[in-house]
Design a protein around this ligand. Structure first.
Ligand SMILES: Nc1nc2c(c(=O)[nH]1)N[C@H]1C(S)=C(S)[C@@H](COP(=O)(O)OP(=O)(O)OC[C@H]3O[C@@H](n4cnc5c(=O)[nH]c(N)nc54)[C@H](O)[C@@H]3O)O[C@H]1N2
Ligand SMILES: Nc1nc2c(c(=O)[nH]1)N[C@H]1C(S)=C(S)[C@@H](COP(=O)(O)OP(=O)(O)OC[C@H]3O[C@@H](n4cnc5c(=O)[nH]c(N)nc54)[C@H](O)[C@@H]3O)O[C@H]1N2
Ligand code: SF4
Ligand SMILES: [Mo]
Length: 852
């Protein structure tokens, strides 16, 4: 349907007037009347903000006409020079979605559960905030403030306030982010080889080879717009090989697609390393060489410590240059890892493995091994991440022209110290263990140390078992864990049990259906202040979020306005620590005025955090910006281009070298074992890895874990994300369904399961057949699409649909019946235990298929 601008404005105004969502259960998809919007001429104003449709965090601009944002484009000042992907256009349907929460809501049905109507009624902000403040005070008075949990999904860098300081200010150690359901194990490989715990940057201008591990960079991962734009140029200069069980959009245009059996990436990576070393193809200037110039990396043999030459016994010395432990890696792991061995495990022929290894190493330091979550967010993904990243060390492409880079980062203000605002009685509560059991024997949560990271998924189990203690009050924002985490049914049960939950959200989502209070959030792209920092195209940048338009809902900013309101309510009730902290420390950097309203706090706080940019003090490091208004106008500040090569021999590893034998991992594993009073081998076992001894310190093959026996569950389940997913947030946008066939093999308007035609034949299935898919965790119903883009024995389905409570378009019947199916009903509630991450890839579940 098409709507002219006047009708469009009328529709949004009308829906704004209908407050609340009482009896939302009766609305069906057929009644949804959101359509295309057209605008009359571009007479409006382009204003800068930031897209958070994915972790690329692109600077964008919105065209504002008569107080409405009608169009989006890239910000020309961005490092990608104004490129964006297709997804920000969907954001228009997000912000003007008539299904948005328009006022605070209160649950009137005390019974909680999937499919149970919460019977929400609209309430005032005062009542909502007071209810939350009472709950918090109740905990404080009972001396159990640690039983409060703050859960964060997506965020801007303003999360320092609600996520980082707020829980502590009210006496709780529990701030739980979504990092471990996102991409943590991808970072593991970089950290334990080159000491870098972050997203990488890549020198696409100069690269000659990209070896992508689950890398679908025109669709997902990071710097998507830049890669989409550069893909053609890159292809002129470089070869691209994509290792992915599925023919992704990038694989379809690559030089080679290696359809790997899910979860076997570590085998392929070590076999590639084996070829590179045994054929003498490593980068001699980066890695070094044997002193006598001979190659002692002989398949099947350990590098000897000495050889006999002319009846003389001579020591074999490898003079290592910028790396550490290449001989140990060979001796411990690589010597037997032939392509023939890997062929049986990975499904990639030995011939292809040799070709990939040769082509990759021919490109030398201009070859990128680009590891994504596909090859790392697996049950035993830590060593796959390590092995695939280590290939960059062999060819010397780490911090090299045409290689993989750590990149730069934009400066921003520090978070003021909260200690003076913490009452003495919080001391014990703040020392309580975090609810996610990080750092315990079976949940290493390694980042730079044991227990350093979050284990998001564990929170459900901790709530259900009251371990280490019972959670009583929780606030979640910009998150939807009931939908977005493996074993969705476990989260459903946990949320059912949680005594008090407040959800700060733009839409009622699955997570909101368990809420006692729902608070409407301003939409991040067009309605609120904030800032994000990232890197693309060799530049670090800071990009501003600002209100382009006034929210049509009575919404507030999750990360600033809402904590300020709660702080005010707490102060009125006699506990003024948080309010004093906010008012003392977040004065307007220009006028010096302390904030008295949530709006002032929001503005002063964002100005304070971004001051290093707009004050002009960073002009020498990058773009020139001299005032707050100039930052709002330009929208983005970027660093000068990253200087390549400085990190070499100065990596933040134990040896300062690029570590093939990871002394850095060894140290953390020993720490973890000692902390939990076990040996390193016992720790490895508890973390569900098969290696023992020194093998645990080098990249090596680990057999994939698959839940379900092969006989009952003959297929491996794999998944990918949609080019249209704005994480879990765009699925109530009609455009999402209309153009869903942008994902290879998918069908517009549907949520199909892609099955190889050979398997289809065996099972007697044809396109459009309805099927039930079952894993040991649960079942989904789906529709068959026969497709050659997935190997026989593996089936694949896109992630994103299957919401049972996400608007009239996203759900078949809001509150009870999903549209499509959620993959997280099949993914098994299990962990990658070294990092504590949630393994959505690697084929964690075997499944059976039944025709229905
Ligand atoms: N099977 C499977 N599971 C996955 C993934 C996958 O690919 N496959 N991806 C994983 C990854 S990488 C991630 S990062 C996580 C993301 O998972 P989560 O962090 O749980 O985030 P979303 O699913 O995007 O849900 C965010 C919710 O916030 C609300 N919301 C939307 N916009 C706004 C806003 O502007 N402000 C506020 N306050 N609220 C808003 C909506 O209710 C929405 O449902 O999911 C993970 N889960
Ligand atoms: N379009 C889009 N882009 C996004 C996001 C989004 O929601 N939508 N979200 C952003 C976020 S939060 C994140 S964390 C990143 C994640 O982005 P990526 O790291 O790129 O991860 P995914 O898209 O989850 O999966 C990548 C690929 O892994 C493949 N795969 C599955 N199993 C295996 C396996 O066993 N081995 C290998 N080698 N590949 C496998 C899948 O087919 C898929 O093509 O994307 C960001 N970019
Ligand atoms: S969805 Fe991601 S890649 Fe696309 S414009 Fe937004 S932040 Fe950038
Ligand atoms: Mo993510």
């Amino acid at each position: 349907m098409s709507l002219n601008r006047r009708d469009f404005l009328k529709t949004t105004a009308a829906s704004a007037a209908v407050a609340g969502t009482v009896s939302v259960f009766t609305t069906t998809q057929a009644e949804a009347k959101i359509g295309e919007l057209q605008y009359e001429g571009e007479t409006g104003k382009w204003m800068s903000s930031t897209c958070q449709g994915c972790t690329s965090w692109c600077p964008i601009q919105g065209l504002v006409v008569d107080g409405k944002v009608v169009k989006v484009r890239g910000n020309p000042n961005s490092p990608s020079m104004g490129r964006i992907c297709p997804r920000p256009h969907l954001a228009i349907q997000q912000v003007y979605d008539p299904d948005r929460v328009k006022t605070p809501l209160k649950r009137t049905n005390p019974k909680k559960g999937k499919g149970i109507d919460p019977k929400f009624v609209p309430i005032s902000w005062d009542e909502a905030i007071n209810t939350i403040a009472e709950q918090i005070l109740g905990l404080i008075k009972a001396g159990e403030s640690h039983k409060f949990v703050l859960m964060r999904g997506r965020y801007t860098h303003m999360n320092e306030i609600l996520y980082n300081t707020f829980p502590k200010l009210i006496g709780s150690p529990n701030n739980i982010s979504h990092a471990s359901i996102c991409a943590k194990t991808e970072k593991f490989g970089r950290y334990y080889t080159e000491g870098f715990w972050d997203y990488a940057d890549f020198d696409l201008d100069n690269t000659r080879y990209i070896l992508g591990w689950g890398t679908d960079m025109v669709s997902s991962n990071r710097q998507i717009p830049w890669f989409m734009n550069q893909q053609g140029y890159v292809k002129d200069r470089a070869k691209i090989t994509i290792i992915d069980p599925r023919l992704s959009a990038t694989a379809a245009k690559a030089d080679r697609w290696a359809p790997i059996i899910p979860g076997t990436d570590s085998a392929l990576a070590v076999a590639i390393a084996h070829v590179i070393l045994s054929e003498g193809r490593w980068n001699k200037s980066f890695v070094g060489d044997f002193q006598d110039g001979k190659n002692y990396f002989i398949p099947g043999s350990t590098v000897p410590t000495e050889v006999i030459v002319d009846e003389k016994s001579l020591p074999v010395v490898f003079e290592e240059n910028h790396t550490y432990g290449v001989v140990a890696w060979w001796n411990l792991e690589l010597k037997e890892r032939t392509p023939e061995w890997a062929e049986k495990i990975t499904g990639i022929s030995a011939k292809d493995i040799r070709t990939i290894a040769r082509e990759f190493s021919d490109a030398g330091s201009k070859a990128i091994s680009w590891v994504t979550t596909g090859a790392s967010m697996q049950i035993r993904g830590a060593y796959a991440s390590l092995a695939a990243h280590a290939l960059n060390g062999l060819v010397g492409s780490v911090d090299a022209v045409g290689g993989t880079l750590q990149g730069s980062s934009a400066p921003s203000g520090k978070t003021p110290d909260i200690k003076p605002y913490l009452p003495a009685e919080f001391e014990a509560a703040l020392k309580q263990k975090k609810i996610d059991q990080r750092g315990t024997l079976k949940l290493g949560a390694f980042n730079k140390k044991t227990g350093g990271g979050v284990v998001t998924q564990q929170v459900a189990d901790s709530i259900l078992t009251d371990k280490p203690y019972d959670v009583k009050v929780a606030i979640g924002y910009w998150n939807n864990f009931v939908f977005s985490i493996n074993g969705a049914n476990v989260w459903e049960k946990a949320m059912e049990k949680l005594p008090f939950y407040a959800h700060i959200t733009t839409h009622l989502a699955e997570m909101s259906m368990y809420a006692d209070i729902v608070l409407p959030a301003k939409m991040h792209m067009f309605e609120r202040y904030g800032f994000s920092k990232n890197k693309q195209n060799l530049q670090g940048y800071l990009t501003i979020h600002q209100p382009l338009v006034k929210s049509f809902a009575d919404a507030k900013t999750d990360e600033t306005e809402i904590p300020f309101l709660i702080a005010q309510a707490l102060a009125k009730k006699g506990f003024d620590g948080p309010l004093r902290y906010f008012q003392d420390n977040f004065k307007d950097p220009e006028s010096g005025k302390a904030p008295t309203t949530p709006e002032e706090f929001d503005l002063y706080a964002v100005k304070q955090f971004t001051k290093p940019i707009w004050s002009g003090e960073s002009n020498e490091k990058g773009d020139t910006i001299n005032s707050w208004n100039e930052l709002l106008d330009k929208g983005v500040w970027k660093t000068k281009k990253y200087k390549i090569g400085k990190k070499v021999d100065n990596f933040a590893t134990e040896t300062k070298k690029f570590e093939f034998y990871s002394e850095t991992l060894k140290k953390v594993l020993i720490e973890h074992a000692e902390k939990n009073k076990v040996t390193v081998d016992e720790a490895l076992e508890a973390l569900n890895y098969t290696c023992r001894g020194e093998l645990g310190f080098v990249p090596h093959y680990e057999e994939a874990v698959r839940h379900g026996d092969e006989k009952t569950y003959p297929f491996i389940f794999a998944e990918h994300r949609s080019r249209l997913n704005r994480e879990g947030r765009s699925q109530n946008a009609p455009w999402y369904y209309e153009i869903k066939d942008v994902d290879p093999g998918d069908v517009a308007g549907k949520d199909v399961t892609k099955i190889n035609p050979l398997d289809g034949k065996k099972l007697g299935l044809k396109d459009g057949d309805k099927i039930k898919i079952t894993s040991v965790q649960g079942s989904i119903e789906s529709e068959v699409k026969l497709w050659e883009g997935i190997r026989p024995g593996v089936i694949v389905k896109c992630y994103g649909q299957g919401h049972w409570a996400f608007g009239r378009v996203g759900s078949e019947v809001f509150g009870s019946k999903p549209r499509g199916a959620n993959n997280n009903n099949l993914h098994v509630y299990d962990f990658e235990r070294m990092v504590g991450s949630t393994p959505r890839h690697g084929g964690n579940a075997r499944v059976k298929i039944e025709k229905i």
